[in-house]
Design a binder for this molecule. Structure first.
Ligand SMILES: O=C(O)C(=O)C[C@H](O)[C@H](O)COP(=O)(O)O
Length: 206
């Protein structure tokens, strides 16, 4: 599975890319800041083209996010996505990922959903929306009965609370949009994306 790679810098920038033409500059800006993976959400029409560009022309480990259907799994994998994330748990999405042989990180928000994920053969889950669900303490509570599970908290993770999440042994990596925030992408401020990446990677390395 991609745990080893995701566990590298432990930070996954979550990006809704307005224009696939920004993909390479974005990839370079993140890489320069020490980031080694990216989640491109299938929330914009540019997503699949951006995944293809980065999969072919960058060294980033490219994941596809907001994958809600089996068809989207296929499209994302065809485009070059190396792992799949969903905001919630769908046994249909998970099954198709398993059939295709691509690692999947479905979202869970409750113990019931986590049990469903385990039953489906998943042991790495997205914890979404992390801050609203109790943050690191919420993850710690779920880790009690589910000690074998690794979490990727996403939703409300910032530079200010990053260290708290990464200090949890059950946290594989965090997902967050502030590194490549929509306003930075809109204004083409790639230098700031590198600055934010550098700052986050520095916190993760402590
Ligand atoms: O679409 C998905 O699959 C998601 O994960 C939803 C959000 O884009 C992330 O949770 C980012 O949240 P923020 O870092 O708080 O902006």
């Amino acid at each position: 599975m991609n745990d080893v790679q995701l566990g590298g810098t432990r930070i996954i920038p979550v990006v809704a890319l307005p224009d696939a033409g920004l993909a390479l500059d974005l990839g370079q800006a993140l890489w320069a800041g020490g980031i080694r993976t990216i989640e491109i959400t299938l929330r914009t029409p540019a997503a699949l083209a951006a995944i293809a560009t980065l999969a072919e022309q960058s060294d980033l480990l490219v994941g596809a996010g907001t994958v809600l259907t089996a068809e989207q799994v296929e499209l994302a994998v065809e485009a070059g996505a190396k792992y799949i994330l969903s905001p919630g748990f769908s046994s249909t999405v998970v099954r198709r990922c398993q059939e295709v042989g691509v690692p999947v990180i479905p979202g869970i928000a409750t113990a019931t959903e986590l049990q469903a994920a385990l039953e489906a053969g998943v042991t790495t889950v997205k914890f979404f929306p992390a801050e609203q669900l109790g943050g690191p303490a919420g993850i710690r509570a779920l880790s009690g009965p589910f000690g074998q599970v690794k979490f990727v908290p996403t939703g409300g993770v910032s530079l200010a609370n990053l260290a708290g999440y990464l200090a949890e042994p059950a946290v594989l990596a965090v997902g967050a949009s502030w590194l490549a925030a929509p306003d930075l992408l809109a204004s083409g401020d790639f230098a700031e994306i590198t600055r934010r990446s550098t700052a986050a990677v520095e916190v993760a390395a402590r």
